[in-house]
Design a protein around this ligand. Structure first.
Ligand SMILES: Cc1cc2nc3c(=O)[nH]c(=O)nc-3n(C[C@H](O)[C@H](O)[C@H](O)COP(=O)(O)O)c2cc1C
Length: 506
């Protein structure tokens, strides 16, 4: 691959913080901040539209000198510059470059290395000593159902037949000192595992969560890595070195040896054991994911480093405020889609982008058309892939003269190349989809009943319609010529620019 990528193994969260600091990307907050709503409010306001710094809160109310944990880190990946750094690219790399590199990384594999022990074993807490509230877990938003301890951790589970582990990001709330109900959808890989363990007659499934390590952990765990490929292998590819893993104390699962905090336990997969969870300020920017009984982790052990740093994230992108998930999704959901299209054999894809404000729920694909129906092939491939489960609701396809990183260009193509009467708008009703989307009726978002959400998907084919006849009046093209002046006319006008006083501000 043609790129100047220099993969970096930062070592752990602390190494990543050092790199961010050196790059001027880290803001330390030394004044006392309340974990209860204030920290989350600051995090949301600070993130901006992909412009905010990473934040390290060093002074948290109720978590002073003698606390088990005293610091909270958030926002590590809330702008494209830091995602570029994580990928081993220049912070100035264009997001288009990140998508291209992301494609390569998400297919990569450097297998992990098992080591006997590591810093995460410096403290081991079991039994009655377990108390999740000893960590400065924020009440991120006032109307959240509780304190969300799992927002950006790597949740590890395994397939009971193959033993292949999966690492995903799934939200989880403190219900009491050793119980964490989580949001689990059947169509996610953790859901596949739940189904497999249930079919074997189990009522619980082993689970471990690594909180705080190199941010590639959260980035990759939040990405739809193909089933059967373990995220640890992909993280190894991102950092160019194997992830060192240690075995859990109470579960047969592996976690990064230098993680800040690891929570081990068993996930109750018998509906009778479900625990109330939600609501939560979600990816959509709405309070979604209503309060309902969910599978819960019965925590059996916590291991952590000396003076551990808690890692979390504020969810929910909105105009003017992009979350880490929104920023990362804009890159890896586009990269994933491009790989899906490649694997499906869709030719002519020249660019793919998911603007961060909607985290890849909608996607724009640029193609060089060579035959009729190519845009529909794009949409069908995306909607038929497992990666399309919680993304790609609205697919816009444009020609290769449209810069898909320019909203105005895409909007212009939609205005003048889309004709609903010519099959340019296609609706695919009743598909699986994001159970958090408020545009779906509430009853259709009942994931306990249906296993997942429900989306009616839309293709906007904003390419020039190849069904139209080539027009001799347009020199054999299907669309009229653009009003852009001819190159000679432009050159002649530019020559007179200064003589006519057009280079001076009025
Ligand atoms: C901050 C954040 C929170 C997320 N919360 C959830 C969640 O609660 N439940 C869920 O199924 N997916 C959630 N996701 C999305 C999954 O992490 C993502 O779809 C990932 O691909 C899942 O891993 P898997 O492909 O191995 O299933 C979240 C992602 C991020 C980045």
């Amino acid at each position: 691959m043609n790129t100047d990528r220099k993969p970096v193994a930062f070592g752990d969260l602390r190494g990543w913080l050092k790199a961010l600091d050196a790059a001027g990307e880290l803001q330390r907050v030394e004044g006392e901040v309340d974990w209860n709503v204030e920290l989350g409010t600051i995090a949301r306001l600070a993130q901006g539209a992909g412009t905010g710094p990473a934040l390290l809160f060093n002074n948290i109310r109720d978590y002073g000198a003698n606390a088990r944990c005293r610091q909270v880190f958030t926002g590590g990946l809330s702008n494209a510059r830091r995602v570029a750094m994580m990928m081993g690219l220049s912070p100035d790399a264009h997001p288009r470059e990140l998508v291209k590199v992301g494609r390569h990384l998400l297919n990569g594999s450097v297998p992990p290395k098992i080591v006997p022990t590591g810093p995460v074993k410096e403290n081991i807490v079991k039994g009655d000593d377990i108390d999740l509230t000893e960590f400065p877990v924020p009440q991120w938003n006032r109307s959240d159902g509780g304190r969300y301890i799992l927002t950006y951790g790597g949740v590890v589970t395994k397939d009971p037949d193959t033993d292949v582990m999966n690492v995903g990001v799934y939200r989880g709330m403190i219900a009491d000192k050793n119980t964490i109900p989580i949001l689990m959808w059947r169509a996610q890989h953790i859901g596949h595992h739940v189904t497999a363990w249930q079919q074997k007659g189990h009522k619980e499934m082993p689970i471990a969560v690594a909180i705080g390590w190199e941010d590639s952990l959260s980035f990759v765990a939040g990405s739809p890595v193909p089933k059967g490929l373990c995220e640890y292998d992909v993280i190894g590819a991102v950092r160019g070195a194997p992830v060192e893993l240690v075995k859990g104390e109470t579960v047969d699962l592996y976690v990064p040896a230098s993680a800040e905090i690891v929570i081990e336990g068993y996930l109750g997969i018998d509906p009778d054991s479900y625990v109330m969870e939600g609501p939560f300020a979600e990816i959509t920017g709405y309070y979604a994911g209503d309060r309902s009984p969910k599978p819960a982790i019965r925590v059996t052990c916590i291991t952590h480093r000396k003076d551990p740093i808690f890692r979390g994230t504020i969810e929910g992108s909105m105009p003017g405020s992009f979350s880490e998930n929104g920023t990362c999704s804009s890159i890896m959901r586009a990269a994933t889609a491009w790989n899906v299209l490649d694997r499906a054999g869709v030719p002519g894809v020249t660019d793919v982008w998911c603007p961060p404000v909607q985290a890849g729920v909608n996607i724009v694909v640029q193609i060089k058309q060579s035959y009729r129906g190519q845009a529909k092939q794009v949409a069908n491939a995306l909607w038929g892939s497992s990666a399309g489960h919680v993304r790609y609701k609205l697919v816009t396809v444009v020609d290769d003269d449209i810069d898909i990183h320019d909203y105005a260009a895409v909007d212009w193509a939609i205005a003048y190349r889309v004709n609903a009467g010519e099959e340019d708008i296609v609706i695919m009703p009743g598909t699986f989809g994001l159970g958090l989307d408020p545009s779906t009726r509430k009853r259709d978002r009942n994931t306990s009943l249906y296993g997942t959400g429900k989306w009616n998907r839309v293709l906007i084919d904003a390419t020039m319609n190849l069904d139209y006849d080539p027009d001799p009046d347009f020199g054999g093209a299907r669309f009229p010529p653009l009003v852009t002046p001819a190159p000679d006319d432009i050159a002649a006008a530019k020559k007179r620019w200064s003589e006519l006083g057009l280079d001076k501000k009025k």
